[in-house]
Design a protein. Structure first.
Length: 696
């Protein structure tokens, strides 16, 4: 039935009490509370209507009707939610428990408390296992709309848990003369330790102790700690009082010279302002202590050195360890030189050893081992007698200097008289160059004219030990400033020395286009290269600017200039490797890469390879390392340089060799097979005398 009646409700109803299931119209209400006139509509069962009438004393007599009266009416005849069930029975336990709640009424929600309060719909809703880690009372009720609440079920869990072991400290409490690193531990596995250092009682909100990270106690304090573990009673509070009485510290040693980089030796003194303290030091990188070297005076520093020092005094704490690194970039002693130089000799040699560094001492060996300051000391004025094959090595040493490099010289003593092989067998050969390569140019082949002869000196095994050569710069028809050199078919290490001089013994004047090493060879070459001069006009000065020397009729004659060369090998060389005149060349117009060689000879490492196959040049660069080399020839097989086995009479300036020597082209194009006498035969039809230069 439907209860639909206007009722006057008394003040027994609370101002905020909800009426579950009622439709309340308070438009005619008065005041802020529920007291007043309301229209309440609710569909009730017959039993509820009877209860309503009985409680109200009639449908119009409910002015004193309370909320409990309404609840009694509403609950009349409703089903009740099943009571909650606990997965763990109430009781006493020695371990933590995990309690789950359940209700057999579908759709019911369980609410619970653990603080002793009576649970209702405003309590904590159950949604998972309840962790019981201490003595706890759980009260629970199951509620579902449209049903009467379950009974309130109460379970009490009493936990008698084990207590975590009290923390211990190491070192123990006490008085100390230095800061202490205190470790804290407990025998309860897995327990966490919390501690304080200000004397307050620690809790789980205090500092967590991290194993392996001791508590640094550098001043007096009280350390307290508690150990905490899951499902255990917290440990008792451990307490330890530390008294730190740190003795006064010795003042750090002071170095008289700052650490740094120096170019001279240093003398370092050490000091401390602490009276009675002693300083100990090391120079080998070790940490100094009272067993190290006792400082008694200045420490000499003659090489890069690390000095570490400590000051110590009984009854005081040691000073800090102070370190100073002294890096010495000392001048190097000049490398020793030998005289005579290494080489093959036919008699016993008295070898003197010297260094350009004044005051340096020289130590040497004769068995090929590297010398040290423990080797034989060389005495000036007492040469080393070399009467048999020996390797002489020497080092020069001076105070406050870096030792010299080790100098080495191999001496071969061949008592058998040397064998001399001459090229040419008599007189001089001539070499003539055209310096306008890769263009044919005026093709007068008089830009450089050099006469030469070679003396190859061989030992008793018929191997070459030395080359003596003489060059005569006879003419320069070029406007270019040209240099002249020679490449040998051996690597630079096979040469012990090469000396190039004028007849007066003075070095050949150079303008600096090339770099010469200590052996007298050009640097940067794969093969041994000797530079005889880098500008011919330093040898044969021009009389008139722009006009060559000894090539133009009417211009005064300039005497040719002689150049002498002595090249000594570091080891005997097979004669088959060395065939005079080797590989002579010029480099034109003050350009070192602008090399011009005899036909079918390879360029040196420093040649400019980009010039090949340009203009008139018909070289085959890919053949340069083969036996069928083609180089420095034009398409007509004409060369830019020629070797003459006899003295060469060259054309006058600007006159092609083709116009001076009438059979030159046939000889060149035949590969030298015909008219082999084209340059020295004076018979009619061979030359045009007016086109050939004659000394005035």
């Amino acid at each position: 039935m439907t209860y639909n009646h206007t009722i006057a409700m008394g003040p027994n109803l609370g101002a905020s009490t909800p009426f579950q299931g009622f439709k309340v119209d308070n438009t005619s209400g008065i005041g802020d509370g529920l007291a007043g006139v309301f229209t309440v509509t609710y569909t009730m069962t017959a039993l509820q209507a009877q209860q309503m009438d009985a409680s109200a004393g009639g449908v119009d007599q409910i002015a004193a009707f309370t909320l409990a009266d309404f609840q009694s009416v509403l609950a009349c005849g409703l089903p009740k939610v099943a009571n909650p069930s606990f997965s763990v029975a109430a009781g006493t336990y020695s371990t933590c428990q995990s309690v789950t709640l359940s209700c057999s009424t579908s759709g019911a929600q369980i609410y619970y408390t653990t603080n002793g309060n009576v649970p209702d719909a405003s309590s904590t809703p159950y949604n998972g296992a309840i962790s019981v880690t201490s003595t706890t009372t759980i009260k629970a009720v199951a509620i579902k709309s449209g049903m009467n609440n379950s009974d309130i079920i109460t379970n009490v869990y009493t936990l008698n848990l084990p207590q975590v072991a009290t923390p211990t400290f190491s070192p123990v409490a006490g008085t100390y003369s230095a800061a202490q690193n205190v470790t804290i531990s407990t025998t309860t596995s897995g327990a966490k330790i919390y501690y304080t250092t200000n004397g307050t009682t620690p809790t789980t909100g205090s500092t967590l102790y991290v194993t392996g990270t001791p508590v640094v106690v550098s001043s007096s304090l009280t350390l307290k700690a508690i150990a905490v573990n899951d499902c255990s009673i917290n440990s008792a509070i451990a307490s330890a009082a530390y008294v730190i009485n740190i003795p006064q510290k010795v003042v750090n040693p002071v170095f008289s010279i700052s650490a740094g980089t120096y170019t001279t030796c240093q003398s370092v003194t050490l000091s401390t302002t602490t009276t009675g303290a002693q300083i100990y030091y090391t120079t080998n990188g070790n940490v100094p202590d009272a067993n190290s070297t006792l400082y008694v005076g200045a420490i000499p520093v003659s090489a890069t050195t690390t000095i570490k020092a400590i000051a110590i005094k009984t009854g005081m704490n040691n000073s800090d360890i102070v370190t100073a690194v002294y890096t010495l970039n000392l001048p190097q002693v000049a490398k020793p030189t030998f005289s005579p130089v290494a080489g093959t000799y036919s008699t016993t040699q008295n070898v003197t050893i010297s260094t350009a560094t004044s005051g340096a001492k020289i130590y040497y060996t004769t068995d090929g081992t590297d010398p040290t300051s423990g080797s034989t000391l060389y005495v000036a004025g007492s040469p080393v007698v070399v009467s048999a094959n020996k390797t002489l090595k020497a080092i020069a040493i001076s105070d406050c200097s870096t030792n010299s490099d080790v100098a080495s010289a191999d001496y071969v003593i061949d008592i058998t008289a040397p064998i001399h092989n001459q090229f040419p067998s008599t007189g001089f050969a001539s070499i003539a160059f055209e310096d306008l390569w890769p263009s044919n140019g005026d093709y007068d082949l008089n830009d450089i004219v050099v006469d030469c002869k070679f003396d190859q000196v061989s030992n008793s095994q018929n191997k070459i030990t030395q080359i003596n050569a003489q060059f005569v710069l006879r003419a320069m028809g070029a406007s270019y400033h040209d240099g002249f050199g020679m490449q040998l078919p051996v690597t630079p290490d096979k040469v012990a020395s090469c000396v190039v001089t004028l007849d007066n013994g003075q070095p050949v004047p150079m303008v600096g286009l090339v770099s010469i090493n200590s052996k007298g060879l050009e640097q940067g070459q794969d093969k041994a290269v000797v530079i005889l001069f880098d500008d011919g006009y330093k040898m044969l000065p021009q009389i008139y600017p722009g006009i060559g020397v000894n090539t133009t009729p009417g211009v005064p004659w300039t005497e040719p200039q002689n150049i002498n060369m002595t090249l000594t090998f570091s080891e005997p060389i097979d004669q088959n490797l060395l065939v005079a005149p080797y590989n002579p060349f010029i480099f034109a117009n003050k350009d070192r890469g602008y090399e011009i060689h005899l036909p079918n000879y390879p360029p040196t490492t420093l040649a400019n390879f980009s010039l090949f196959k340009t203009n008139d040049d018909d070289s085959n660069v890919s053949s340069f390392n083969s036996s069928s080399i083609r180089s420095y020839l034009n398409a007509q097989n004409l060369p830019w340089a020629i070797l003459f086995y006899k003295k060469y009479d060259y054309p006058i300036e600007k006159t092609s060799i083709l116009s001076a020597f009438l059979h030159f082209a046939e000889w060149a194009q035949s590969g030298g097979q015909v008219y082999t006498d084209w340059y020295f035969n004076t018979a009619s039809g061979y030359r045009v005398p007016s086109n050939i230069y004659v000394k005035p």
